[in-house]
Design a protein. Structure first.
Length: 292
């Protein structure tokens, strides 16, 4: 499956086997504090989108991506982001580049309404060449509506798409290969942060899938019960259609790599779908839950 992605150096199937071996599931780890609220812990990075930033010498948005990947994940567990930490590793500290990266992290936290509480900066010559770098983020959120509610999901429920701002921070190993490492600034459009849009709608939904690595078909099933399936009606816009043509992939494999214009997929009853779309102004019904 997804041979084009594997040819670009990313083996999704092997990664899935490792996750299953570790017994991991969900978009974050839910922890029951002693007599307090449930919290969700999440960690993520930005992947090879960093190499696009390096080539274009633009570093003020990659930190937004870092925050977004974590905060959007905890939304899938029904949690409000609270505290964020970052890990920034580089071969040689470049002060101006570092300031741009960290300013993006601060901006991402502001958009997500969470607090940057600390982090670690490490110079690691020999591991990273020159001022090349990598980022990781760590987030704690507080559960306000336990999700996913798999036991409530049934055939006929609506699947609601919330638009992405682009490819977000996934599929960049393949994107770099498809574009032959010749990019424009559109590929650095930061990942959309959905917190302020989605938090008010949480009480109306049964499940949320953040469409990250593995694309649509690698993420939506993660929040569904085993006894249902789904059908989607996705029309690619001109940018996504051009990318699909460039990739020469069939539509299923393409949807297994990219978000195809939908950063979140939300499951809600038909009665609640109208409420969700009223709260999240650019959301729309693009599919439904069906019997297997």
């Amino acid at each position: 499956m997804v041979n084009a992605y594997k040819d670009a150096g990313v083996d999704v199937e092997t990664a899935d086997k490792l996750v299953k071996h570790l017994g991991m599931s969900g978009y974050g780890a839910v922890v029951n504090l002693f007599n307090g609220p449930k919290v969700v812990l999440s960690t993520d990075g930005v992947g090879t989108k960093i190499l696009v930033a390096e080539q274009l010498k633009k570093f003020d948005t990659i930190g937004i991506d870092l925050v977004a990947m974590c905060v959007n994940d905890v939304l899938c567990q029904g949690a409000q982001p609270v505290s964020f930490l970052d890990y920034y590793a580089t071969g040689k500290l470049d002060l101006e580049k570092s300031k741009q990266i960290l300013s993006g992290i601060q901006k991402g936290c502001e958009i997500a309404n969470c607090t940057l509480v600390g982090g670690e900066t490490a110079e690691m010559p020999g591991v990273y060449k020159g001022s090349n770098f990598d980022l990781a983020g760590f987030l704690m959120g507080v559960v306000i509506e336990e999700l996913p509610k798999r036991h409530l999901i049934k055939p006929g429920d609506a699947i609601i798409g919330v638009p992405s701002s682009g490819p977000h921070s996934n599929g960049y190993s393949l994107l770099r290969k498809l574009y032959n490492n010749k990019f424009d600034l559109s590929l650095l459009e930061p990942t959309r942060i959905y917190v302020k849009d989605v938090i008010p709608a949480l009480k109306h939904v049964k499940a949320i899938a953040h469409i990250t690595g593995g694309g649509i078909h690698g993420n939506l099933p993660r929040v569904l019960p085993a006894d249902v399936s789904y059908k989607l009606d996705i029309t690619l816009n001109d940018w996504w259609q051009a990318l699909k043509l460039r990739s020469k992939m069939n539509i299923y494999d393409f949807e297994c790599v990219f978000n195809c214009g939908w950063g979140l997929l939300i499951v809600a009853s038909n009665d609640e779908a109208h409420n969700v779309c009223n709260i999240i102004k650019d959301a729309q019904v693009i599919g439904e839950i069906i019997d297997i």
